[in-house]
Design a protein around this ligand. Structure first.
Ligand code: 5GP
Length: 174
């Protein structure tokens, strides 16, 4: 099976404009406070760069690698493959995510950061597929909602490829 890039859903200009809007909302909501941004590797890399450049509050950044496996349990099992390196206790954590699909990964990560004593934990996702949701997760900061499509580019992969595309497009199977 070969995968190619189909229809372009969001251009770099559209994504950066949306990142600017969301960063402004974040700055307003956390006025006078500092932030601890945690990017989920590898998918959130490009979106995280767009968001963080637009944030004017005191900000630390960190990264986490989590993977979810669908087992018997409908919410799946999430493994932390690479943990954050800093201490989030007492801090305002915003998880920067590429796409929320079933919500399994983020549901666990929300709990994980609360367990580490974060003062607050919110999610800022570039894309959201609400029709696929299994776990009760709704990102406070949401770039774009999409239908149940498999998308690639702007950090998102198919078999580790296509992450470098400067837009989000629909993956086409041949
Ligand atoms: P969830 O735990 O919400 O089901 O899974 C979220 C993760 O699944 C995302 O961080 C991403 O890695 C992957 N994912 C979900 N939907 C897509 C998609 O349409 N395209 C790509 N490339 N990855 C996806």
């Amino acid at each position: 099976m070969e995968v190619t890039v189909g229809r372009i859903l969001f251009t770099e200009e559209q994504i950066r404009a949306r990142a600017k809007e969301l960063a402004a909302e974040i700055c307003e909501d956390y006025k006078g406070e500092s932030l601890y941004l945690v990017g989920t590797l590898r998918g959130a890399l490009v979106w995280m760069a767009d968001i963080m450049k637009e944030i004017t509050l005191e900000t630390e950044i960190d990264f986490i690698v989590a993977s979810s496996y669908q087992g018997m349990d409908t919410t799946g099992v999430v493994t932390i493959k690479k943990d954050i390196e800093g201490d989030v206790s007492g801090k305002n954590v915003i998880i920067i995510e590429d796409i929320v699909d079933t919500g399994t990964t983020l549901y666990k990560l929300l709990d994980y950061f609360k367990g580490k004593g974060a003062k607050s934990v919110e999610i800022c996702s570039m894309l959201n597929k609400p029709s696929r949701r299994k776990a009760p997760v709704s990102p406070k900061y949401n770039g774009f909602e999409i239908d149940d499509l498999f998308v690639i580019g702007y950090g998102l992969d198919y078999n580790q490829k296509f992450r470098n595309l400067p837009f989000v497009g629909v993956a086409e199977l041949r």
